[in-house]
Design a protein around this ligand. Structure first.
Ligand code: GDP
Ligand code: ZN
Length: 455
């Protein structure tokens, strides 16, 4: 599906704002002419050369910088490309961009257009394209590692192998369909295809049964802090936010709304969510709305940190625990440990709380232990195993569709080989959509919209 691009695109590929170095990229048939016009003589292919960069019409020098000439098809986009590494000042950048624009047939690139050309010229599959987008967005170490694996084709390779299996089964069936005179589909062929389809379906199910680790790592692990009012949830969130130097973003709503803080815990992206307190009854309309949202967040949380307080427990554990979710995955925290007369006796007095982590959001006691436990849980929820994992709902949906067809092949009556072949074809088609080998036009815009200009 190579697309013939007549125009040559150019863009500032490095970030905006004052910087030491700026990188300006070009792709298309006119890239070489631009190098000739701005930085003659044209450097040897794929060699870094220092050049005076000039305005083409007047020959006025603009900067001195590094120039790369990267002829296709062995370039990132598969087309002729060039790069100018110039000083990162705004006047230098606009001067060089303007000079490139003076050369005929040049056009500023749209968002993601370099990567889109790479895809359209068969240099990347869609999972690799997504890997690049994730690489640019990666905020933590684990996110970067996952993005790198996908960018290097780990996911695409797996799906290509499965698709090749399906195509091989189709080919065997077609041979029978094309020569009906040979009689019915031989029994051993039927059994063989059924067995192979079943094996493949098993492998796909194992792949899909990944606890959504890849998606969690990409999107951030949702940790919801919940508990009755006044136990110190907001104080705890503030403490964690203040202590952790690696806060990535902070978004505040109203007091009764949900408040989020993004943390980097040992390389794992954690989204801490503070919720309105849960109370048995309330007449307040706004408070009811807050509690509804709390329950909503609890339902979708990857991990719940249930906070109670030492004074509440001393009053009677029933009051402190009655609202708590009975999930063994819940992380129990006893706050206001500074107010407890005898902390260990208090924890022992409440059988369910022996594994609870005592802290004080006021004094900071126990917080390092809590952070370490949160990091451990985050790794358990989103940590990378030895197998490559899906990173998007799009992958999961297409695989689910593929499995539906494959299951029909497994249980299908092989006396109707045309129907089985059709299911195999649809299964392969669903897989092909993930890597972008078939029927992808509608997907392209959504994927390339994730990019910024110059990528
Ligand atoms: P939330 O309703 O659960 O969010 O509770 P807040 O964080 O708003 O805290 C309720 C009250 O408890 C405030 O007056 C806090 O200062 C106080 N508080 C929070 N944590 C501690 C703690 O560890 N020790 C003590 N003594 N007071 C605390
Ligand atoms: Zn609060």
């Amino acid at each position: 599906m190579t697309a013939a691009h007549r125009d040559t695109i150019f863009a500032l590929s490095s970030g905006r704002g004052r910087a030491g170095v700026a990188v300006i990229r070009l792709s298309g048939a006119g890239a070489g002419a631009v190098v000739d016009a701005l930085a003659a003589p044209r450097p040897a292919a794929r060699r870094v050369s220092l050049r005076t960069i000039v305005r083409p019409g007047s020959g006025e020098p603009l900067d001195r910088g590094l120039v790369l000439w990267l002829p296709g098809p062995e370039s990132f986009t598969g087309e002729d490309m060039a790069e100018f590494h110039v000083h990162g000042g705004p006047a230098v950048i606009s001067g060089v961009l303007g000079a490139i624009g003076e050369v005929g047939g040049m056009r500023p690139a749209e968002a993601g257009e370099f990567t889109r050309r790479a895809f359209e010229n068969g240099r990347l599959d869609l999972t690799e394209v997504e890997g690049i987008a994730d690489m640019i967005d990666a905020e933590t170490e684990a996110q970067r590692r996952q993005a790198l694996r996908q960018m290097e084709g780990a996911l695409g390779t797996l799906y290509d192998r499965w698709r090749a299996d399906l195509v091989a089964m189709m080919a065997e069936l077609e041979a029978v369909i094309d020569f009906p005179d040979e009689g019915d589909v031989p029994a051993e062929l039927a059994a063989g295809i059924g067995r192979r389809a079943a094996d493949l379906a098993d492998e796909m199910r194992a792949h899909m049964d990944d606890g959504r680790r890849g998606e969690r790592l990409r999107d951030g692990i949702q940790v919801v802090i919940a508990g009755r009012p006044n136990v110190g949830k907001s104080s705890l969130l503030n403490q964690l936010a203040r202590r952790d130097a690696a806060i990535v973003a902070e978004r505040a709503g109203t007091t009764r709304d949900v408040i989020e803080v993004h943390l980097d815990l040992a390389g794992y992206p954690v989204i801490l969510v503070d919720t309105a307190g849960l109370r048995e009854e309330t007449g307040d309309e706004i408070e009811r709305e807050g509690m509804a949202r709390t329950r909503n967040r609890l339902d979708t949380a990857d991990l719940v940190v249930w906070v109670t307080s030492a004074p509440d427990m001393e009053e009677g554990s029933d009051g402190a625990l009655s609202d708590a979710p009975v999930d063994s995955e819940t992380l129990w925290v006893v706050n206001k440990s500074d107010l407890a007369e005898d902390l260990s006796a208090l924890l022992k007095s409440c059988p369910g709380m022996t594994r609870a982590i005592p802290i004080s959001a006021l004094t900071g006691a126990g917080l390092d232990g809590l952070i370490a436990e949160l990091a451990r849980r985050a790794q358990a929820l989103a940590g990378e195993g030895e197998h490559v994992v899906m990173t998007r709902a799009r992958h999961r949906a297409a695989l689910g569709e593929c499995l539906e067809h494959l299951d029909r092949v497994v249980s299908g009556t092989i006396s109707e080989p045309e129907l089985v072949a059709e299911d195999l074809r649809r299964a392969a088609h669903a897989l092909g959509r993930i890597v972008g080998r078939v029927d992808v036009e509608d997907l392209l815009d959504a994927i390339f919209r994730e990019f910024c200009i110059g990528k």
